[in-house]
Design a protein around this ligand. Sequence first.
Ligand code: DGL
Length: 275
Amino acid sequence: MNPSPIGVFDSGLGGLSVLREIRALLPHESLLYLADSRYAPYGEKPERFVEARTLQVCEWLVAQGCKALVIACNTATMHAVQTLRETLPLPIIGVEPGLKPAAAASRSKVVGVLATANTLRSAKFNRLLTSLEGESRYLCAPGLDLVARIEQGDVSGPEVRARLDTLLTPMLDAGADTLVLGCTHYPFLSDTIRAMVGNRLSLVDTGSAIARQLARKLAEHDLAAEHDLAAAPDTVPQDRYASTRDAAHLRAMAATLLNVDTLAETVVIEPAPPL
Ligand code: DGL
């Protein structure tokens, strides 16, 4: 049994959508969530910054004693997961847009993909797209200011709805019946999207698949925690929530987005690599 925490990292609040799935699947594990909100969004930053900053914050998570890392950010995974795996001595689970499950789910074989601009132009994403040619037609669009709005806690306001309308209408007009939420912030828009498009689009996000992949990796590396919660309820793991910008905001957002009442801390991970 290994009680060390699992590090869950995102540029900001989006990774909370992945943390929610991990918490549900692995109640024995303790989690350390790090939101690099001081430098969010990553989706429009230079690629070399995303790579270097991701390595820097992951080194911080390792120094906190994490036994495994979940890069709960598509953008950071696309640009940094290879470097992380070459550099850090622990299991690293990344995320990528769910193009394959979307193709399997789609009847029209027209799939919309919303992701950050950086994800869409990355070599890793384009290799994935090419490998799936023929399975479906993918209509990819960058989510533009959606991440910034979610960071402010806005998941359903008029600007968010207007932006979604601009992005989704051409996809629907082209026959899409499935939408990939290719950024971990976007699952927080699910209710708004469903209210707008009804059942015309099935939504695909990979949070629960990531949680299952993490469980497999922990078992493979003999790293799982095995508290007996029934026999010793006091051993319920305490999660840590950390932000590089504003702990109070992270705490408020965890309450709003996850319905979790938690303490949070502001941490300093500096100097950041040059922009
Ligand atoms: N949540 C992130 C993702 O999955 C990145 C958002 C951003 O910082 O632009 O891509």
